[in-house]
Design a protein around this ligand. Structure first.
Ligand SMILES: *Cc1c(COP(=O)(O)O)cnc(C)c1O
Length: 392
């Protein structure tokens, strides 16, 4: 073994010892809700394809047409020759959906956050981020060189304290949060955050990866109460409920124009393939036409939490926190034996001691799927025995 191999092997050994090594498992989607993994056919309950649009025949046909018309790849950065005509159409649609002036589409959600944050703030500035913000918001924060602090999850008074203590020493201040928290499924208090940001002359940015398509009639977490909350930076991904791939930012005209000329992950990375952009456009047609369809994933999640006496689901994501990584892996294995695919989520994706089953619901799940999963999960819900004794 070379020194390099020894280094890698030692790292892997340490992860194995703590049940924290991650492995890729080949997973083949068979239809909207079933996949095969390790030779088994399972009902999938951990995909982010909340509206099953990655498998939708209309979406697939639109993608195929775009590939025929424009080719397989975009060939270059959007600033060179990669800006095929579908981009402008998609950006206009997203801006309309989010009620923003304009929009810019990136190669992925991760790339979007790595590009947006350092374009807007630098070493003289301040970033205050929710402690459970997605990894790529925190990566963008690091890349920006701004002074940064985490506020306790959804804790407005902690954020207020940090603003009072630090805001005045910095030129600009950016507040970052997920709109829907990816591993917990709860919502950020977007209206209150917007008020606090405005009061301290700070800019609010929400990452709505898990909100677009499924909350607020498909418009996302700024629209859950009906009227739009004024969030100046609405970021999100096209890779979850939209069923395709790519990231976006919806914002004012000057902000979008600045991002287009300065964001390094937009400038120095190849534009998305035409078929991918066409698929997002087709998905938005379906989403805008049918608010009932958009509400289905949350309705299914709610039915599940009702069945198990868990706090009512606010999004399509329901965590069952087990705590120990090895026990969580065993629970995931047990669910696979019962016919359900729910992967175990372990640190560092979630805080130490909070390994969990992250269960997600999609429009295509049947009532029988949901009821069957609830029965299979019941034994893994902490304190479920105690709860049952109490209600008996
Ligand atoms: C998935 C996710 C991203 C990354 O988006 P991709 O398009 O998959 O790169 C960003 N933020 C949040 C909150 C996410 O859940």
């Amino acid at each position: 073994m070379t020194g390099l191999d020894e280094f890698a092997a030692e790292k892997l050994g340490a992860l194995d010892a703590r049940n924290l090594r991650r492995r890729l498992a080949t997973t083949e989607m068979l239809d909207e809700r079933h996949a095969t993994r390790d030779g088994r056919r399972l009902v999938v309950f951990c995909s982010n394809d909340y509206l099953n649009l990655s498998q939708n025949p209309t979406v697939k046909a639109r993608a195929a047409d775009a590939m025929e018309k424009y080719g397989v790849g975009s060939g270059a950065s959007r600033l060179v020759t990669g800006n095929h005509p579908l981009f402008a159409a998609l950006e206009q649609r997203l801006a309309n959906l989010k009620q923003a002036d304009d929009c810019v589409v990136f190669g992925s959600g991760y790339l979007a956050n790595l590009g947006i944050v350092p374009t807007l703030v630098g070493p003289e500035d301040l970033i205050l981020a929710d402690a459970l913000s997605h990894a790529c918001l925190l990566a963008g924060t690091q890349l920006s060189g701004a002074a940064s602090h985490l506020f306790r999850h959804n804790d407005l008074s902690h954020l207020g304290e940090l603003l009072s203590r630090h805001r005045a020493q910095h030129r600009h201040c950016l507040i970052l949060t997920d709109g829907v928290f990816s591993m917990d499924g709860d919502l950020a208090p977007v209206a209150e955050l917007a008020e606090l940001a405005a009061a301290h002359n700070a800019w609010l940015m929400t990452d709505d990866a898990h909100g677009i398509g499924v909350l607020g009639e498909g418009r996302g977490s700024s629209f859950v109460t009906g009227a739009k909350v004024d969030v100046p930076l609405q970021m999100g991904t096209l890779s979850k409920a939209i069923g395709s791939y790519g990231g976006y930012l919806c914002a004012s005209q000057p902000v979008i124009d600045l991002i287009k000329t300065r964001a390094r992950t937009l400038i120095y990375s190849t534009g998305l393939p035409p078929a991918t952009v066409a698929a997002s456009l087709a998905a938005l047609d379906l989403i805008e036409a049918d608010p009932e369809f958009c509400a289905e994933p949350v309705r299914k999640a709610r039915r599940f939490t009702d069945m198990l006496g868990l706090p009512p689901a606010q999004s399509p994501i329901v965590p069952v926190i087990i705590g120990d990584a090895a026990e969580t892996l065993a629970a995931s294995q047990g669910l696979a034996d019962a016919g359900y695919l729910v992967t175990a989520i372990r640190p560092p994706t979630v805080p130490d001691g909070t390994a969990r089953l992250r269960i997600t619901f999609t429009a295509a799940h049947t009532d029988a799927d949901v009821a069957g999963l609830a029965e299979a999960v019941r034994g893994y819900v902490p304190d479920s025995d105690a709860q049952m004794k109490k209600t008996a």
